[in-house]
Design a protein around this ligand. Sequence first.
Ligand code: NAD
Length: 291
Amino acid sequence: MERRISGHTKLYGLIGSPVGHSGSPAMYNYSFEKLGIDAAYLAFDVPLEKTEDALNALRTLNAGGFNVTMPCKTAVAQLVDRLSPAAELVGACNTVVFEEDGTMTGHITDGTGFVRNLKEHGIDIAGKKIVLIGTGGAATAIAVQAALDGVSEIAIFNRKDEFYANGEKTVAKIEKAVPSIGKVYIDDLDDNAALKNAIAESDILINATRAGMSPLEDVLPVPAEFLHKDLVVADVVYNPKETLLLKKAKEAGCRAAVGGIGMLLWQGAAAFELFTGKEMPAQEVMEKFFA
Ligand code: NAD
């Protein structure tokens, strides 16, 4: 490392709290070194109330850009100078790039990471009917990106919990921003008849809830008997790598069962490209850090 850091080394980083567990510094620093880019990436523990201070500090230090994690994602979207169309619709950003004039552009790469991961598995979402379970942060980013990327229909299902109203807002935002979409609606995840019907008619089922993630690893987001052979099943959960939903999808002979680890990789790769204009060595990063 000491041989890599020079008087010109560009600073990149992650802000949010907690950040100590993050794999981002290892992933980005490895990629900088591999591509011979004179840059370094650090994680900064920043509580919500210090978000603006952190942005000002990074600007003062001429940082190249930074990633944002909870709890700062929404606050940052309100502080940057401009937002990408997806970040504007989601109302949050996970990647900020400093432009040459020092202004900040906010992006969200969770949705593009999800779509890219499907593409890497040979699945193109354009024109497809999707059922999306979840209305939290990951689900909102996926719903927005799927709409922007031309899916024909999005049926969102969620429990009637504190996240449900967010799903209603997402539906309204998509209807307004992407009027060309065939249909977008939200329904109660506990309405089994509606859920069964929607899954029967859809091409892709996406779990974007915490169901399946430790300590909910035994929780299935939808009944296994609703899965069918023509369905692609994708999970955002990456811990465990093979969730109970993916196991059931394989048992049901579904067209594909795609885990969340690739979304994690590709959302990072998309941010790397926004930072550097170069493609991250994704295959090597996957093998080294996510295998
Ligand atoms: P969030 O807290 O914003 O939203 C949680 C969602 O889970 C809500 O829709 C909520 O209603 C639902 N939920 C919670 N418990 C449930 C249960 N028992 N049954 C059904 N639904 C339940 O969370 P988030 O940030 O959107 O993260 C959701 C999942 O996505 C997490 O497992 C997270 O690790 C994963 N994630 C993965 C990536 C990736 O790159 N693969 C990126 C972001 C999030």
